[in-house]
Design a binder for this molecule. Structure first.
Ligand code: PMV
Length: 330
């Protein structure tokens, strides 16, 4: 990239939700139906350079050094439009983004991408923005991206309007050495992405029941994290994931993200915990891959058992990660 004063590079990590975000009260602002809670993932991150320029007549985007497809470019443009509006600039941007995890592995999440894009875009303009505001801006690109701005274990407070819907750390990443062992059961790109899914959440009769009871689950998960109490954490994390998937399956159109192998992993994780005392539980996002959350002391055994379950399972492993941060220019 040429020398410019409007340039910055940022890194943000992906996150896995223990209490899920599903459905918006306001789709345009991505104001969620409920508060959620997640752990950033140290092993999975996006690194993004943004360069604003008065000479540019359109935004451009590369992902992993290749020109991005129309859909990805459109989504980034839409986010840059919102940032331009809120930050008061009319410049266009050149965006270069890369992920350290394989694209299309079904573990790529928009969270790290939009958190890194937001931080780089804001920093490149030279404006100082507090973390809370940065989180609200990242939320406009992808709801879960709001949770990739702060570090460690993060709660996204649903809020009532743009300024009050932001995420904050409830504990630093050093607080608890949990490990997310992701069992990749399919590398196929999901047919229905989460943005479309959020829009149909309310068509399920189960969504109101999920939302009405979520604050109690969130309170318990928060308490379990603060006390590093895995047995208190495990059942609720699984229940919350099951509830979100029950909503998905009963929406119109119905969304089925689980594959037979997803269910096999879920049942095995539950069995290992309840019958053998391994400290592991499962949670799934809008895809078939199973995040097995476990304590570090049991991670080796869990990884070994997952590998033994099926030759079709690939494993990616991650501990708690930091919040979004700026890097020196490449
Ligand atoms: O940020 P989005 O719009 O990709 O939504 C993420 C939704 C889930 O991953 C399914 C749940 C969550 O809280 O991360």
């Amino acid at each position: 990239m040429p020398n410019s004063k409007y340039i910055a590079r940022a890194r943000a990590h992906s996150n896995i939700a223990f209490i899920k975000y599903w459905g918006n009260r306001d789709d345009a602002l991505r104001l969620p139906a409920n508060s959620s809670l997640s752990m950033n993932l140290a092993a999975l991150h996006s690194t993004t350079t943004v360069e604003w320029s008065e000479e540019r007549s359109a935004d451009s985007l590369t992902i992993n050094d290749a020109e991005a497809g129309a859909a990805a470019l459109e989504r980034v443009r839409a986010h840059l439009n919102l940032l331009r509006e809120r930050l008061g600039t009319s410049m266009f941007a050149r965006v270069e983004s890369s992920n350290n995890f394989p694209m299309g592995a079904g573990i790529a999440s928009s969270a790290s991408a939009f958190a890194a894009l937001t931080l780089a875009a804001v920093a490149a303009l030279g404006v100082e923005v507090p973390q809370r505001q940065l989180s609200t801006l990242a939320r406009l690109g992808s709801g879960s991206a709001s949770r990739s701005i702060p570090g460690g274990f993060v709660e996204w407070l649903a809020g009532d309007f743009h300024e009050t819907s932001y995420a904050e750390s409830i504990a630093e990443r050093e607080h608890w050495d949990l490990v997310d062992i992701i069992a990749i059961v399919s590398r196929r790109h999901k047919r229905v992405g989460s943005s479309a899914g959020h829009r149909t959440a309310d068509t399920s009769v189960l969504q109101s029941a999920r939302v009405e009871t979520v604050d109690e689950r969130l309170r318990k998960v928060k308490g379990a994290i603060m006390n590093r109490d895995f047995s208190a954490l495990a059942g609720i994390v699984e229940a919350d994931s099951n509830l979100m998937h029950a909503v998905m399956m009963t929406s119109d159109p119905a969304l089925f993200y689980w594959l037979p192998l997803s269910l096999a992993v879920m049942q095995a994780a539950r069995r290992w915990r309840l019958e053998e005392g391994l400290r592991v539980c499962y949670t799934l996002d809008a895809g078939p891959n199973v995040h097995c959350i476990c304590v570090a002391a049991d991670a080796e055994r869990v990884a070994g058992r997952l590998a033994a379950l099926s030759p079709d399972i690939e494993i990616v492993r991650s501990g708690p990660g930091p919040g979004a941060f700026l890097l020196p220019r490449a």
